[in-house]
Ligand binder design. Structure first.
Ligand code: NAP
Length: 268
């Protein structure tokens, strides 16, 4: 029998972290060995996730938890202010990070790739673990060859800290690799309120909507002569991210050292 993959969840008391705890506990090939979240210290991780107690209590300090639980993989769904340091701590301990936390900059990603290579450990950062969202990006990249006029509208719950979403940015990057550069909108267009036309990325407009009741949604709208094409993806529950997270936990240790950016690199 092959040994189970030892997994630590960082951000285990958060909205996504609780789903990750549930998914790891339910996977025969994995063993939950550590759970970290400063606000939930001492609580049973499974109870937080709405399951019967599993006897695994939440710890507050990642380095200590890693030392005590010897995980192979750390899953991180925390926040933009702490994720970079969490990744550094994990890599130094030769633990492979699987990171869903968004808000990392290009410079952060370069630095993380350097650390992972130095520590001869692999790391995955994925702005979106939902397979449908990855397909949306693929389809949008294909459509951009025919429709250079495009705007991206991403919609998330109002507790999200970063804007635009990592997925919107990744979509815009993918589109810009195919899209013919055009100036969109009227040349004399003026905003009566700052930001009303959204943010600009490589000539495209990105709009971020934040409302209670939403989870994670995105529309990519292409406009052409006499027609529009809308590609839309909705995560209606945080469970949508779990098949991708579990797949990443399974694959991360078998890939080369360094940073892999985007779950699509593992599945397409
Ligand atoms: P959340 O509910 O705020 O959960 C984050 C949790 O991490 C909170 O319980 C937070 O505690 C905790 N935390 C803060 N500092 C920590 C530290 N140093 N170590 C361990 N835990 C710490 O947020 P969420 O909705 O679950 O989202 C988490 C992140 O995942 C966000 O960046 C979000 O954009 C991203 N996300 C990514 C995907 C994807 O597919 N890649 C999908 C959904 C969300 P406090 O409340 O005390 O700060």
């Amino acid at each position: 029998m092959t040994a189970k993959i030892r997994v630590l969840v960082s951000g285990a008391g958060g909205r996504v972290g609780r789903e990750v705890v549930k998914a790891v506990l339910g996977d025969q090939a994995m063993q939950l060995v550590g759970v970290v979240d400063p606000w939930a210290v001492g609580k049973d991780a499974a109870v937080l996730a709405g399951l019967p107690a599993c006897g695994m209590t939440v710890q507050g300090d990642l380095a200590t938890a890693i030392q005590e639980s010897r995980p192979e993989v750390m899953v991180d769904f925390t926040n933009p202010a702490v994720v970079r340091e969490n990744i550094r701590v994990a890599l130094q301990a030769k633990v492979s990070p699987v990171v869903g936390t968004t808000g990392l900059t290009d410079n952060d990603l370069l630095e993380i790739d350097g650390w992972a290579k130095e520590d001869a450990t692999s790391c995955l950062v994925a702005p979106n673990f939902a397979v449908g969202a990855l397909l949306m990006i693929r389809f949008a990249q294909e459509a951009a060859r025919f429709f250079p006029h495009v705007e991206i509208i991403e919609l998330h719950h109002d507790q999200k800290l970063d804007a635009p979403s990592g997925t919107a940015l990744k979509t815009a990057e993918a589109i810009s690799r195919e899209r013919k550069q055009v100036r969109q909108g009227h040349p004399d267009e003026k905003e009566r309120f700052a930001g009303v036309r959204g943010g600009e990325f490589a000539g495209m407009r990105l709009h971020s909507i934040r409302l209670p009741g939403l989870i994670a949604h995105q529309e990519v709208i292409f406009g052409g002569v006499g027609q529009t094409l809308t590609i839309r993806h909705d995560s209606t529950s945080r469970e949508s991210f779990m098949p991708g997270v579990l797949l990443a936990i399974q694959r991360i240790r078998s890939i080369r050292e360094g940073l892999v950016y985007g779950l699509e690199k593992l599945i397409f």
